[in-house]
Design a protein around this ligand. Structure first.
Ligand SMILES: C[S@@+](CC[C@H](N)C(=O)[O-])C[C@H]1O[C@@H](n2cnc3c(N)ncnc32)[C@H](O)[C@@H]1O
Length: 642
């Protein structure tokens, strides 16, 4: 075979004799070493370690082999006899931690020879959900688990079909499928068992499941294609206050099909409220509404707000409903974006008459009395709500007198959410930041990033190889206009402790922590039974996932409100402007069954910068069992410039 066939179509299996207790007595094996070296030479992508009973010597051999292959294109797959009946999750996660969660080790979930009829689908899925926080790379199906259809071809039971489709949807096309065992299912006219197409029949059946609409809807939709290169890819959070965003970054934002639509609807609600509350329109004699977009960027919220006025005016069909005249101020501190705004004012029909651009930081902008805003529109939100310093900017705008005393703000509030996340992959990726640069000033080319700094930095990431283990809980709330603006005892610093009680379904329904909570999965999981020694045996937490929900506007006179959200419970489907924020833990913590995970999180500032600190502790029946260190004390590793 050619080298490309070796590197694309072959998985290596190590000699079983290398794993006998006597061969393993020193935790090393010349056989394994020479076979793995040969696999590396051939460019074979994966070599399978058998599922022998775990022992310190086996773990040592696995770890030393994982180090041997690092830097090559070969990785190690650890076979896992996947059965909810056995205590397999606990064993696997402890082996992985003995190997320091090496990124060269993946898992191959091997289904049993025969389907276990006593275990329900719900139990299998709850068990699988937990495994998806570990590095699942392959799934092996023995031919004996297949049934034979009327024509003689392989098929799977209804239960196994649900399980396989669930894995396909959750793992995506990154999962490798292995068919193993005697070729048993082929029609009578396919004359011989040795017919090579014998295995193709099994693969074709898997392709058939992959092409079912419920799978393709998840894996082949436009959104999935657009996201594919971002899966589990850590990015430094944007700092639009300290840095100036690039043209292309604004352009990417502006493609979001949901965000601007919801903003437009929120502005329309606020305009109608103003009419219903007799602030403007109707017979108030005032037909002017002062709009202000602070942090206008390239103007999409200016456009959305003006559209909202147009939409309102188009409903003013009777003479006592006066159309409104908008007056718009667009405040922006990025000088290059200001150039673009000026060109829009010159070129966009109708803008010259109503839009004035102010090139200034909103905290220092000055406006005339008659220009003060009735409705202030902004989008200064980060993945964790307040992490791009929206509270400080909007408070600053309020203090510098940009708003009328009865002005409304869109957004009206934003709430950050936090939940524990199990993800060996994201933990490995965070660790890898200590070696590779996240930008020109970090890493080998500049200032060393270092392990501590890498593990005390939150990252924006489209989590995928991850399991959110509990429903997210509220962290910090900010309201605008700020009711505490002039209270010297109140500040934007916050501390919150949230406790996540033992969940035997391991957050089933939250999936990987990104996307709308899956009610169907959650409902299904309710039917799962406790299997002795397994489901209920704890889960490893590698970090925290942060998200937000923002109330853009709640009507005071009608029963409507508009939100944007990336918190799974309220996720705005179709919106792609934000991925969650991953707060890594330096060392993963194990959450044993029946225990509570306490998450402590601080948002602190010193007038020049803002930062988060975080820690996790484990409690059993109200007593503290263990605790991580407080990460990022005094903002030593990560901070956001004011
Ligand atoms: C996340 S972008 C949103 C841009 C645009 N409104 C949109 O929705 O596409 C935030 C914008 O606010 C601007 N900005 C951030 N802090 C600001 C401040 N203190 N004063 C003025 N503009 C600010 C940034 O330069 C950036 O253009």
């Amino acid at each position: 075979m050619s080298s490309s066939e070796w590197s694309n179509s072959v998985v290596g299996v190590l000699s079983p004799s290398a794993f006998s207790p006597s061969a393993l007595s020193l935790g090393s094996s010349p056989t394994v070493q020479s076979e793995v070296e040969w696999a590396m030479h051939m460019g074979i992508p994966a070599v399978v370690f058998p599922a022998v009973p775990a022992s310190p010597n086996f773990a040592r051999l696995l770890h030393s082999t994982a180090l041997l292959v690092s830097g090559s294109s070969t990785s190690i797959w650890l076979d896992v006899n996947f059965e909810p009946k056995e205590a397999c999750y606990g064993g696997v996660q402890s082996i992985l931690s003995s190997c320091d969660n090496a990124s060269t080790i993946g898992l191959n979930l091997r289904f049993p020879e025969q389907e276990t009829s006593s275990v329900t689908i719900a139990t299998v899925l709850v068990h699988l959900n937990r495994f998806f926080g570990l590095p699942v790379k392959g799934v092996t199906l023995p031919t004996s688990i297949f049934l034979t259809n009327k024509k003689g071809y392989p098929t799977l039971s209804k239960k196994m079909q649900v399980v396989i489709e669930w894995i396909m949807k959750r793992g995506g096309d990154k999962i490798r499928w292995v068919i193993e065992g005697e070729k048993k299912h082929f029609p009578a006219d396919e004359n011989s068992q040795n017919n090579t197409s014998g295995y193709l029949n099994y693969l074709q059946y898997l392709f058939h499941l992959r092409s079912r609409s419920d799978v393709t809807e998840v894996l082949d939709c436009e959104e999935a294609k657009a996201e594919s290169s971002y899966l589990d890819y850590l990015q430094a959070p944007l700092q639009p206050l300290a840095d100036n965003l690039e043209f292309g970054t604004y352009e990417t934002f502006e493609r979001d099909p949901v965000k601007y639509r919801n903003y437009e609807s929120a502005v329309l609600l606020a305009i109608r409220d103003g009419v219903n509350l007799q602030k403007w329109g109707g017979n108030t004699g005032n037909n002017v509404v002062n709009l202000m977009v602070v942090g206008a960027g390239r103007g999409p919220l200016v456009r959305a707000s003006l559209n909202a006025v147009k939409r309102y005016n188009s409903t003013c069909l009777s003479p006592n409903l006066q159309p409104l005249t908008p007056r718009m101020l667009a405040v922006e501190k990025n000088p290059s974006a200001v150039i673009f705004l000026h060109s829009l004012v010159a070129l966009e029909p109708g803008w010259k008459e109503v839009v004035r651009v102010i090139s200034s930081d909103m905290r220092e902008a000055v406006v005339a009395e008659e220009e003060k805003a009735d409705i202030v529109v902004s989008e200064l939100l980060g993945s964790f709500g307040d992490n791009e310093l929206s509270p400080e900017c909007l408070d600053g705008a309020e203090k510098s007198g940009l708003m009328k005393p009865d002005a409304v703000s869109i957004p009206t509030n934003y709430i950050s959410y936090i939940a524990p996340l199990s993800s060996t992959k994201l933990h490995q990726e965070a660790k890898a930041q200590s070696y590779s640069a996240t930008d020109g000033t970090h890493g080998p080319m500049g200032q060393p990033f270092g392990y501590l700094r890498a593990m005390e930095t939150p990252y924006v990431v489209r989590s995928h190889a991850a399991t959110q283990t509990h429903i997210e809980k509220e962290c910090f709330t900010y309201v605008h206009p700020n009711p505490d603006l002039n209270d010297p005892a109140k500040s934007n610093s916050r501390f919150v402790r949230v406790e996540f009680e033992s969940d035997e379904k391991y957050g089933m329904g939250n999936g990987c922590g990104y996307g709308l909570y899956n009610q169907q999965d959650a409902k299904l999981a309710e039917a799962s039974e406790k299997v002795e020694g397994e489901v209920g045996s704890g889960i490893t937490i590698h970090g925290l996932t942060g998200s937000f929900d923002s109330l853009l506007y709640k009507s005071q006179t009608e029963n409507f409100e508009e939100h944007i959200s990336i918190a799974p419970q309220t996720f705005s489907v179709g919106m792609f402007s934000w991925f969650p924020l991953f707060f890594p833990l330096r060392d993963p913590v194990f959450l044993p069954p029946g225990c509570t995970a306490g998450v402590n999180i601080w948002r602190l500032g010193d007038g020049k910068k803002i930062w988060y600190e975080w820690s996790v502790d484990i409690m059993k029946e109200g007593s503290l069992v263990s605790s991580t260190p407080v990460h990022n004390p005094n903002g030593r590793s990560y901070q956001v410039g004011l």
